[in-house]
Design a protein around this ligand. Structure first.
Ligand SMILES: Cc1cc2nc3c(=O)[nH]c(=O)nc-3n(C[C@H](O)[C@H](O)[C@H](O)COP(=O)(O)O)c2cc1C
Length: 262
């Protein structure tokens, strides 16, 4: 529940104006939250000039006061940071600490979700990475063989991937260190699951930026996602993470933006 401390509230109405669910009203110069259709977005906490709003459902220690020094980033630097991001597929033989993994997940946790559902979850695979790799490569091979054997599947890209998946497992068995075409010997994988693909992808995108900010590299493994998981868990992305063993000197070129102005 979200609660207003009436001793602190000055009845300015800023929370009323910013509450898109129209859950707050001013009664006798004090704001009052009805808590009927509140989606717990926390805008009332964030906007209050008197810090008079709190909740007993989330950790209020997570809430940070704004300061220009700690929160602002220039538009040019932000754009350059986005442009300079690359998928990393060359990793050092170096562990990623639990502290760093938690910071990456923190970037996902604070990403917006539709209706503020916050239903994104994270499976961190470190110790069992070899088991996951073996299982995934085996399953991809089976899927590849099935696709190649099915005369009805004619899509050239799918067939190319199917051919690759069939080869990937055999090559891996020949030399697991040299031929890991699935995780490229990265030390950690985070599988992001969510009911909504959009929510999962948005969280993952912020997590990717965080890995880069920490000097780590990542790529999204679409191959693993294509295998899926058990019922009730929908994989949004699979992030393969480690210290990059490659240095980029410049950004990569891209297609022109396809824009319609109306
Ligand atoms: C949804 C998605 C799935 C991807 N799957 C794979 C994958 O399975 N294996 C891989 O090596 N790279 C994968 N990538 C990385 C893309 O190939 C890469 O983003 C693209 O070539 C552009 O390169 P850049 O990320 O360095 O800009 C994936 C990227 C996305 C967004």
């Amino acid at each position: 529940m979200f609660i207003i401390n009436s001793n602190k509230c000055i009845g300015c109405g800023l929370c009323v104006k910013d509450c898109f669910q129209k859950e707050i009203e001013i009664i006798e110069n004090k704001a009052y939250i009805k808590n009927e259709s509140c989606i717990k977005c926390g805008h009332c906490v964030a906007v209050c000039p008197e810090n008079a709003v709190f909740t007993d459902e989330y950790n209020m220690m997570d809430v940070n006061e704004y300061s220009k020094n700690n929160f602002d980033i220039s538009e040019d630097n932000l754009l350059n940071f986005i442009k300079f991001r690359r998928s990393t597929r060359q990793f050092k033989n170096k562990d990623v600490s639990e502290q760093m993994i938690m910071k990456i997940i923190e970037a996902g946790r604070f990403t917006q979700t539709g209706s503020n559902l916050q239903e994104v979850s994270y499976i961190v695979v470190k110790d069992d990475l070899h088991k996951l790799k073996e299982l995934a490569l085996k399953s991809l091979k089976t899927m590849g063989e099935y696709i190649l054997g099915d005369g009805n599947i004619t899509d050239a890209l799918i067939k190319r991937y199917a051919n690759l998946w069939v080869k990937m497992y055999d090559l891996y068995l020949e030399n697991p260190e040299k031929n890991d075409r699935l995780f490229f010997n990265a030390p950690v994988v985070i599988i992001v699951t969510a009911n909504s693909d959009v929510n999962g992808a948005l969280a993952s995108s912020n997590m990717e930026l965080m890995t880069n900010a920490m000097g780590l590299g990542t790529f999204f493994s679409g191959f693993l996602v294509s295998l899926g998981v058990k019922e009730g868990h929908k994989i949004a992305t699979c992030m393969v993470i480690g210290y990059p063993d490659v240095k980029y000197k410049r950004t990569a070129p891209r297609k022109k933006a396809d824009i319609i102005w109306k």
